[in-house]
Design a protein. Sequence first.
Length: 239
Amino acid sequence: MIALILFMCVPSAFSQTNITVASDATWPPMEYVNKDKTITGFAPELLAAMEKVSDIKFDIRNTAWDGIFAGLAAGKYDMIASSVSITDVRKKVMTFSDPYFEVKQGVIAKKGANIKSKADLAGKKAGAQIGTTGFLVTRKIKGVTMKSYDEIGLAVEDLYNGRIDVVVCDDAVAADYALTNEQYSKDLSLAFLLKSDTPEYLGFAFKKGASQDKLKLVNDALKKVKESGEYDRIFNKWF
């Protein structure tokens, strides 16, 4: 009888929903691996807050960007939390959660390069991570020569060493490299933001046609975190 009572007092784990998450943790401050080899940043902390207001348990796995969408389609994980912009093209092959972040494209350049607008990019060599919004937007600019990278940090390193003229990526990531990074901030600057005709938002991506149960749990948890004010606290911590 005592054993039965003790068993009944232990919180049930059977109601917990495990969601495996792929994240290309190379985008500080959104998601990155810190000195302790732990995946951290704005999105991981947001997911941790969502766990606290729900029965979800997120299992975040560091996953290279070049295969991250193929892995989702193959069912290797349930969700991508990796600064994925919600676009009409992606919505044809993925299902997105409610937006969790509004993003713009930031242009990083060397200080004194006199690059202040889109027009100044003509004749310049630009770097961006392959398959990202920054890459897709920049390659449409007339007169720009594009170079693609597997990781945005490699592009910034090339800019720092004078191999390219600018790097284009999400504004939060651009600001982190150009303004707060101990190595790069002395020589690089956030030159300007590329204007978009429509707002760009990040969302958590799910496989197209997958069960809606986990998507609903994620949306409900995100809503609770926003309504409680915890989202604003996390945002203000990282930005």
